[in-house]
Design a protein around this ligand. Structure first.
Ligand SMILES: Nc1ncnc2c1ncn2[C@@H]1O[C@H](COP(=O)(O)OP(=O)(O)O)[C@@H](O)[C@H]1O
Ligand SMILES: [Mg+2]
Length: 216
């Protein structure tokens, strides 16, 4: 179990009704997985369950060998800050700041540094001096991805990370995410609607009929 970065066992989540049941999932170093499924099936909820943000109704989630929902808030905060990279569906940048400051802030918080290669691959190196409010949705999305990668997370959780992007940019995003997994000796879970993007991951799961099933 020591080599497991994530080990979720028998988790379920219920809001007004049961979203899913008996979900087991594990991630080892260098694994990348995609989760697909219809809108409303619970993909975002599951991602929150797996990433310390939402305690599942039942079951356990271990990250780096620790049962996260039994830890105190300061320990969880430390894991989030130093080991997790969250790419949310609605990307969160600080609006008044330059793109560069947004990225630097993330790397400062965790003692890392900006990786020029990431900026180049995402084609955002020339946008750094602009205010984020002056950038397009797709440009902001790529800045926010660079921001997350600046802290070199061990585990990346990405909810529709290519949602606002054209096909070519979407593949660039996948290039940097998969490269980060390799370089950090980490792992990644992404939620996506895009079949082609999903297929670039090692494993693809589908959330449907309240179950998470391996499809390829
Ligand atoms: N915080 C919440 N409180 C109540 N219901 C929620 C909450 N978050 C999500 N839901 C409901 O759970 C269902 C699954 O949502 P979600 O996990 O966002 O699905 P997906 O990401 O697959 O579209 C939806 O019906 C949604 O309205
Ligand atoms: Mg969602």
């Amino acid at each position: 179990m020591q080599h497991m970065l994530l080990y979720a066992s028998d988790i379920s989540h219920t809001f007004d009704y049961k979203l899913f049941n008996a979900v087991d999932l594990s991630l080892e170093v260098k694994n990348s997985i995609a989760i697909v499924g219809r809108s409303g099936s619970g993909k975002s909820t599951l991602l929150h369950n797996l990433s310390t943000f939402l305690k599942p109704t039942s079951g356990s989630v271990k990250l780096f060998g620790e049962d996260v929902y039994t830890l105190d808030e300061s320990k969880i905060e430390k894991i989030r800050r130093f080991k997790l990279g969250m790419i949310f569906q609605n990307h969160y940048l600080f609006r008044g700041m330059r793109a560069r400051t947004n990225i630097e802030l993330a790397s400062m918080l965790s003692d890392s540094f900006i990786d020029q290669k990431v900026l180049d691959t995402l084609e955002i190196a020339n946008l750094l001096e602009q205010k984020t409010s002056e950038l397009s949705g797709g440009q902001q999305q790529r800045i926010s991805i660079a921001r997350v990668l600046a802290k070199r997370p061990k585990l990346i959780f990405a909810d529709e990370p290519t949602g606002n992007l054209d096909k070519q940019s979407a593949h660039l995003v996948m290039d940097v995410l998969l490269e980060a997994v390799k370089e950090n000796n980490g792992a990644m879970i992404i939620v996506t609607h895009d079949e082609e993007i999903a297929q670039r991951c090692e494993r693809v799961y589908m959330l449907s009929d309240k179950k998470l099933e391996l499809v390829s």
